[in-house]
Ligand binder design. Structure first.
Ligand code: GLU
Length: 309
């Protein structure tokens, strides 16, 4: 049996919160630097509609890299795996998320996987639509389906803050463009990508998306199959192999659930066949994962034997 009461969950949150002192909020995107490092909240969403939660679960945060799983699911649905994996690989990398190093050694310049920035930029490039705005609205509509919440939008201030400072992502994009992996103006791609990363929600909404992935792409509450079972499987596999940056191996051993984190401090965890988890804890460790969020997942995984391995 998993955690059924919010009181039980609150106990784990207070234990994990102590670790926030050892982390730091990301500030390379200036808007993220304003977060309170001591925040920690979690929501668990069961397929029957129940939530168990602890902490300030209504607080909004931006998805950042968590959005990479969602854009991947969208382009896989639109184009199919053969098309997508012709342009982006399936292999984990031990490098930081924004590294350009491996890209130079690949011929053709094919990013190793869709969870690092180079791969995510190629994936975002594949979102269809006549304009940047139309493509963004398409992604947002997909998120509205996943959350069954049509109020979700992006944080303009965070998007702008990243847009003004995204020179590393510009460098990756120019490199990819020179090698024929993208064929649109780099500024358009950066506009779309920074808006994508700035999509904003709370832990409850994130847990609902995670629940859809956990339940093989089906939202049992509405009865809708939002993502095909195969695409949900591909996304969860990437979450296991590359979802937690260059700490994915350690995470698989210690915690063992498909998960994706972002530099805002969010973590989306999909426990296969069971439930979805949304976590927000902006103090990060040196790999870019929420330091208290990791501790919290470790406590939950140990106490309730959540590892899939
Ligand atoms: N928008 C961020 C970037 O590209 C996302 C990074 C992350 O969350 O890992 O730098």
């Amino acid at each position: 049996m998993f955690c059924e009461s919010s009181k039980e969950l609150a106990h784990f949150v207070s234990e994990a919160r102590a670790f926030t002192n050892q982390g730091k909020v990301a500030d390379y995107i200036p808007a993220l630097g304003k977060a309170n490092p001591h925040d920690l909240s979690i929501a668990i969403k069961y397929p029957d509609g129940r939530y168990v939660s602890a902490g300030d679960v209504k607080k909004k945060f931006t998805l950042q890299s968590i959005s990479k799983v969602i854009s991947l699911a969208l382009v896989l649905s639109d184009h199919g795996p053969d098309y997508v994996f012709d342009k982006v690989g399936m292999e984990p990398t031990g490098d930081p998320f924004n590294s350009i190093a491996k890209l130079e050694n690949m011929v053709p310049a094919k990013p190793l996987n869709p969870m690092i920035n180079a791969g995510a930029l190629v994936v975002t490039h594949m979102i269809e639509g006549k304009s940047v705005d139309a493509r963004f609205q398409r992604l947002l509509a997909f998120i509205h389906d996943l959350t069954n919440d049509y109020t979700i939008d992006y944080c303009e201030q965070t998007a702008q803050s990243e847009y003004e400072t995204a020179d590393l992502n510009r460098a990756l994009s120019y490199f990819l463009k020179q090698h024929g992996q993208i064929d649109e103006p780099v500024e358009h791609l950066i506009q779309l990508y920074t808006k994508q990363c700035a999509i904003e929600m709370n832990c409850l909404q994130l847990a609902r998306i995670a629940m859809v992935f956990a339940q093989d792409g089906k939202d049992h509450e509405t009865g809708k199959q939002i993502i095909s079972k195969d695409i949900a499987r591909i996304c969860k596999t990437f979450m296991v192999t590359c979802g937690m940056y260059n700490a994915s191996g350690e995470f698989a051993i210690k915690i063992g659930i498909p998960a994706k984190s972002g530099v805002s401090g969010g973590i989306m965890g999909a426990v296969p066949g069971k439930f979805g988890i949304g976590i927000f804890g902006p103090a990060l460790d040196d790999k870019g994962n929420s330091i208290a969020g990791l501790k919290l997942l470790e406590l939950l995984s140990k106490n309730y034997s959540l590892s899939m391995f």
